[in-house]
Design a protein around this ligand. Structure first.
Ligand code: COA
Length: 424
């Protein structure tokens, strides 16, 4: 039995943010019923297609372990089926543009009337206020949530990151809200509305930069490289390149092979506790006790000089050698791993974080498995559903529709052309 066994999720999500959330819930054991527009489905099915005719990796990698029902929620019979699904399910998750659910006729008030125990979980780009009506995608959220203004180098433009903190990050936030609401429902007997705005999610992950914003009032941010470079601070938290975000200075440094390999780099942290080990390693034992170098505050205006010396050493080793040498010395380092290296990583495969998945249309592909491991709730990653693959199964098993109901529903056009009808 898995942690969320018995919980039914009515999954009205699409693209990335919502599907990330419901995929996690599916991995924790919930029965996730993905509702898709007949004949069309989630737009990502046909975005960035690499195998003609097959669902894209964009879709397959975000929709594992779910069931798919084709359903036109604007058709009268479709609304009847949706109403029945709301009666049967525990949680409804959606990330439509603002107002879309209301326009379908399923306001929060109406949903509560249908099922007072229902938890309605929504992702929007912005929370209530001046931007609440805006449509939002990943990079908009990264920009509006403070991540972009604090990412990049001081002399360059704001940058977005490869990690999808706006979409997948908000999906994670929403999943936590949902399980919290489920826990609360055990005591209260009632559902509630769970809202996660992408701007808020990104801002939450950018929390330390608001810490620095306020620290500016007390003087320059001495752990930022620009302090040692004599560049004055402005009114807002600046971009800090690869400076560490915490109190232990760090940098990305070149390793052997950097001239031809774009990922021959390591992150290197000059943690105060192991300063002596760092000095011995890079051939600067005199820095251990030298005035201006011996204590962390003294070193803050010399980070460029110190990291140049460390880099002279890292350039003589490849990134894995750096790791092998530094780890026993307790010096925190991290190789810059490429996506190719990660896909081939034996350790990640052994834990199920990287998995191979078989798919009837596209063959075998690599995916990222569940990143959270529950000891009593192991996850077997199953392929994403084909469009409408479970339409009849859900209508009959979950809603109890008999043959006459199925014929009526199919004739109404509310559920596309499920296999039974296609065969006739
Ligand atoms: N049956 C009938 N109609 C359906 C349907 C179904 N099964 N599923 C969706 N639709 C309709 C919606 O009701 C909506 O119709 P309306 O505009 O008449 O109300 C329409 O399809 C389009 O939905 P929408 O959400 O507006 O999609 P979009 O492609 O125009 O916008 C986003 C996409 C992602 C920008 C938008 O959904 C959004 O801002 N979502 C919230 C933030 C978010 O999650 N962004 C990140 C996505 S990774």
């Amino acid at each position: 039995m898995k942690a969320l066994d018995g919980i039914k999720i009515l999954d009205f999500t699409h693209v990335q943010s919502g599907p990330t959330c419901t995929q996690l819930l599916a991995w924790f054991g919930a029965d996730v019923i993905k509702v898709e527009r007949p004949g069309v489905g989630d737009a990502t099915r046909k975005q960035l297609v690499d195998v003609p005719g097959a669902d894209s990796l964009y879709f397959t990698m975000l929709n594992h372990n779910k069931r798919s029902i084709e359903l036109n929620s604007k058709n009268e019979t479709g609304k009847e089926i949706l109403t029945r699904l709301i009666e049967e399910c525990d949680v409804m998750v959606e990330n439509f543009a603002p107002g879309a659910l209301d326009r379908m006729g399923f306001t929060w008030e109406r949903i509560q009337e249908i099922n007072p125990k229902m938890i309605l979980a929504s992702i929007k780009g912005f929370g209530p206020g001046k931007y609440e009506d805006c449509k939002v995608y990943e990079n908009v959220a990264q920009c509006a949530g403070g991540a972009a203004s604090t990412t990049g180098f001081l002399d360059g433009p704001p940058l977005v990151t490869g990690a999808q903190i706006g979409d997948s990050g908000t999906g994670l936030h929403l999943a936590l809200g949902i399980v919290t609401a489920l826990f609360h429902r055990e005591k209260s007997g009632r559902g509630q509305k769970v809202s996660a705005a992408m701007q808020d999610g990104v801002l939450n992950l950018t929390r330390v930069k608001l810490r620095d914003q306020q620290r500016l009032a007390a003087g320059p941010l001495k752990e930022y490289s620009q302090y040692g470079e004599g560049i004055p601070f402005g009114a807002a938290t600046p971009r800090a390149g690869n400076d560490s975000g915490g109190g232990q200075p760090g940098r990305i440094l070149k390793c052997k092979g950097w001239e031809t390999d774009p990922n021959a780099y390591t992150y290197f942290i000059t943690q105060a506790a192991v300063w002596g080990n760092v000095c011995d390693l890079i051939g600067k034992p005199e820095w251990k006790d030298a005035p201006g170098y011996a204590t962390p505050p003294e070193r803050l205006d010399k980070l460029n000089e110190i990291f140049a010396a460390v880099e002279d050493w890292t350039k003589t080793k490849d990134k894995f050698e750096v790791m092998a040498i530094c780890n026993p010395l307790n010096i925190p380092v991290g190789p810059i791993l490429s996506t190719k290296e990660l896909m081939e990583d034996e350790g990640l495969r052994a834990t199920g974080t990287i998995v191979d998945v078989d798919h009837p249309e596209r063959g075998r592909y690599v995916s990222v498995g569940c990143p959270v491991k529950l000891s009593n709730s192991p996850v077997a990653v199953e392929r994403s559903p084909l469009l409408g693959e479970h339409t009849l199964e859900i209508l009959s098993q979950v809603l109890g529709y008999g043959d006459a109901d199925l014929d009526r529903v199919i004739a109404s056009g509310a559920v596309g052309t499920p296999p039974k009808a296609a065969a006739e």
